[in-house]
Ligand binder design. Structure first.
Ligand code: GDD
Ligand code: MG
Length: 364
């Protein structure tokens, strides 16, 4: 079975984390998000994978290469300009000659994809769309089905007044290659807004595949933090029970004996945690970070090579690569892009989003 993963798009909702890297390279538990998706597909014996991408292609290709290190065979289909969710699949057509999977690249799920493929084949569907229940369907694609599970209506990003079901498009599709004939080449086309409704109009058999397995779209900062909370507390069967509530410390890391660490906490390789530092999980710290004395970190995600000086207070925030938070600074509910410096004594407004390379000085 072949799969195409959509890894393009603008990733604006994750800015400033995605100024210099694509959404799928954002680290989750200290590895790129896409690596989790590839591992998951491999678990389901899906090893021929095409990455459909459109911007910032270099970080993906240099990390994943031909996929052999990850036990899969990777191909790349690159769009000169973003072609939308259907245009991107069409652009990968040369790799797709039998029933195939198409996946939004920002979904972490425990969906039983093997059972979904079996259901698709058994029902002789042209398209099978994974469905998941959510509390608020307005940020997703609402999908209505009949008693036989056949899709009867699509409504992308409905208003509350239009919500008729809590089942939404979970961003995983099993498709027959004939579907590609409905997509014009080298044209910006949306699979959710254009191709699926067209297939429906043409009377093609499209089925929903409902599942209550763990599912999240990590494409906003809130959901990105939520994904970490969930994985670190064992909500996904892919990472329970090894991580649940634990403190995991990477190789060559030095933790001062007076440091207080309350799990779940994951610390990468080559980190230093200083005297009386206090870490209250869920916390993830990437490789090569230094946390000096008396610094407090609560419910935050820190990427690689970040320096936190003495007496820093960091709460509910995301700090990208190579940032430096100097002594006595306070950062709450904020997102720092890569290479940001926060001067000593600085207190950021909660809700700050700081662009890469910025130096933040205290207000005078
Ligand atoms: N290659 C490529 N080219 N990929 C793209 C492009 C493009 O032009 N545009 C978007 N993508 C990728 C994104 O990177 C993401 O992995 C996926 O396509 C879906 O795009 P999002 O921008 O994340 O869409 P969404 O989250 O608002 O809505 C979609 O996902 C929901 C589930 O999370 C829709 O499919 C909804 O119907 C669905 O409910
Ligand atoms: Mg999304």
């Amino acid at each position: 079975m072949q799969a195409v993963i959509l890894v393009g798009g603008q990733a604006t909702r994750l800015l400033p984390l995605t100024c210099n890297i694509p959404k799928v390279m954002v680290p989750v538990l200290n590895i790129p998000f896409l690596e989790h998706v590839i591992r998951y597909l491999k678990e389901h014996q899906i090893k021929h994978i095409t990455l459909a991408h459109s911007r910032l292609t270099q970080p993906i290709e240099s990390y994943f290469g031909d996929g052999s290190q990850f036990g899969v065979r990777l191909s790349y289909a690159v769009e000169d300009t973003p072609l939308g969710t259907a245009g991107a699949v069409k652009n990968a057509e040369r790799y797709l000659d039998e029933t195939f999977l198409a996946l939004n690249g920002d979904i972490f799920t425990d969906l039983d994809i093997t059972a979904m493929i079996a259901s698709h084949l058994e029902r002789k569907a042209k398209a099978t769309i994974a469905l998941t229940p959510v509390d608020d369907p307005t940020s997703y694609g609402l999908i209505e089905t009949n008693a036989q599970g056949r899709v009867t209506r699509f409504l992308e990003k409905p208003k509350w007044s239009q919500v008729t079901t809590n089942m939404i498009n979970a961003g995983t599709y099993v498709l027959e290659p004939e579907v590609l004939a409905y997509i014009p080449p080298q044209t910006k086309v949306s699979i959710e807004r254009e191709v699926f409704p067209l297939l429906l109009d043409q009377g093609e058999p499209i089925y929903g595949y409902p599942s209550s397995a763990y599912w999240i779209d990590m494409g906003t900062p809130e959901k990105y933090l939520q994904l970490h909370r969930d994985l670190l507390s064992g909500k996904s069967s892919q990472y329970a029970p090894a991580l649940s509530g634990e403190v995991v410390i990477g190789g060559q890391s030095r933790i001062h004996p007076t440091a207080q660490i309350k799990g779940p906490v994951m610390i990468g390789d080559n980190c230093t945690i200083g005297r009386n530092a206090r870490l209250t999980g869920p916390v993830v710290i990437g490789a090569g970070c230094t946390i000096l004395e008396d610094t407090v970190i609560e419910e935050s995600i820190i990427w690689r090579n970040v320096q936190l000086g003495q007496h820093v207070n960091l709460r509910n925030s995301i700090i990208a690569d190579n940032c430096c938070l100097n002594a006595d600074s306070t950062i709450e509910d904020s997102i720092l892009g890569d290479n940001v410096t926060v001067a000593s004594g600085c207190k950021l407004e909660p809700g700050s989003k700081i662009w890469p390379g910025t130096t933040v000085e205290p207000k005078t």
